[in-house]
Design a protein around this ligand. Structure first.
Ligand SMILES: [Fe+2]
Ligand SMILES: [Fe+2]
Length: 167
């Protein structure tokens, strides 16, 4: 056995690390789904236009960033690993519809029944989309040899970047 020249003392404690513990890709995406579902619940209970507007802004930001990291990093990896021609294209088409609804809602004053209807449809659409990801795509992705930990690191970094750009 050869002694390693590297010792534990070479570890640099000054390396900046993200505040949150590293999540694998699926844990990260599920956490995002949970955040958005919680925001929709808060929206339902909100008792003023001001609160509704702030919550919708948050929902739109969360969803847009989430969709982008899926499309840029997660979906291509899953598509390649599964040789998938079905789940990822369908999810991508659903993202396009979600983005279309987001564009109709984002930055608009929450007045009138059409606004409320659009948020309602967005929430239902998101529920459907999340269910398909969590019940079909994620279990299949887990069963591949994909490095979900590494994907999670990449996605977390990209998410931080996108959120900063929107702030
Ligand atoms: Fe998605
Ligand atoms: Fe998702």
């Amino acid at each position: 056995m050869t002694a390693s020249t590297k010792t534990l003392t070479t570890k640099t404690p000054a390396t900046p690390k993200p505040a949150a513990a590293a999540q694998d890709a699926i844990a990260l995406l599920k956490a995002d789904h949970g955040t958005v579902s919680g925001l929709f619940e808060e929206y339902e209970k909100a008792d003023s236009s001001k609160k509704r507007k702030a919550l919708v802004a948050e929902i739109c930001t969360e969803l847009s960033v989430h969709a982008q990291i899926e499309e840029e990093i997660f979906y291509p990896a899953v598509k390649a690993a599964l040789k998938d021609k079905l789940l990822v294209p369908e999810a991508t088409v659903e993202h396009a519809s979600l983005k279309d609804l987001i564009a109709q809602i984002e930055g608009v004053e929450p007045d009138g029944e059409l606004y409320a209807a659009k948020v309602k449809v967005l929430s239902e659409y998101v529920k459907h989309h999340v269910k398909e990801e969590q019940n079909e795509m994620f279990p299949k992705a887990k069963a591949t040899s994909l490095d979900l930990a590494e994907l999670g690191v990449q996605m977390a970094a990209r998410k931080t970047e996108l959120l900063a750009a929107r702030a």
